[in-house]
Write a protein that binds this ligand. Sequence first.
Ligand code: C2E
Ligand code: MG
Ligand code: MG
Ligand code: MG
Length: 279
Amino acid sequence: RAKADGRGTYRFFETGMDARAQARRLLEMDLRAALQRDEFEAYYQPIRDVASGRVVAFEALLRWNHPQRGLIAPIDFIPLAEETGLILQLGEFVLRSACTDAATWPDDVDLAVNLSPVQFKNPNLIASVTAALAVSGLDARRLELEITESVLLQNSEATLTTLHELRAMGVRISLDDFGTGYSSLSYLRSFPFDKIKIDRSFVSELATREDSMAIIRAVTGLGRSLGIVTTAEGVENDVQLELLRREGCTQAQGYLFSKPRPASDVAMMLNRPRLLASA
Ligand code: C2E
Ligand code: MG
Ligand code: MG
Ligand code: MG
């Protein structure tokens, strides 16, 4: 009896795996074809200086214009792209197109690009960044690369070398989604960061949870003491912005200012003091 149950369970499990593996294979084929067909596009979200309100940078956020499924967000394809290694080609595409776009912006507006841990580990990273800057003509000092804490868990000497090489080129490094991973304060001491991006989860509960407020206060204070810029992610309303301003958070990014939009909307995002959250 137990054996029969076991077999039944096993068979069920196997069928489930098959369906999932099948879906994965389809998505992988779709991803490869999409790269050939040029279906990927960098969207941009403005980042504002909290004190002056000026747009100081845009973060490039990848979108997939799928012919049948419409616009697909990164959460639905980046994990598989990372597993299959396709993220290297995708990352190369984002870097090139974003640097090319940013080279046409006013030169006091910077560009932030997300780097996958897979890209970061790739020995070709420095060459790839160098080429993107050379081809686009973008000044290295206008480029910020965003990495997450998971990068720091890996081989720390190689990581440190790569970070130093990038900074020697003039590129700045941001620690993305701070507070969500294996946040360790020793990272801030061991690795050369220019910016800490405080994860959206802390910002969203800023006005309603004392502990979120305390964490924001601690991180902005830490940034100030260490000479590191702090950026709050996911700012959706004026109450949050005001609290961040009071805590001395350097920069803010979120739907309050604008959702990520295509490159053709950058001029409008620069000109308008603020877009409605619902826009
Ligand atoms: P991230 O780098 O932390 O980017 C911020 C995410 O928060 C973006 O989601 C953005 O649209 C969203 N966001 C910004 N403001 C608000 C807000 O006020 N409210 C809410 N609810 N959300 C807000 P998106 O574009 O879906 O990207 C998700 C993640 O995918 C990114 O998180 C990043 O980790 C990854 N990603 C995006 N583009 C790339 C890329 O080109 N390369 C790599 N490796 N990863 C990317
Ligand atoms: Mg980011
Ligand atoms: Mg982030
Ligand atoms: Mg995030």
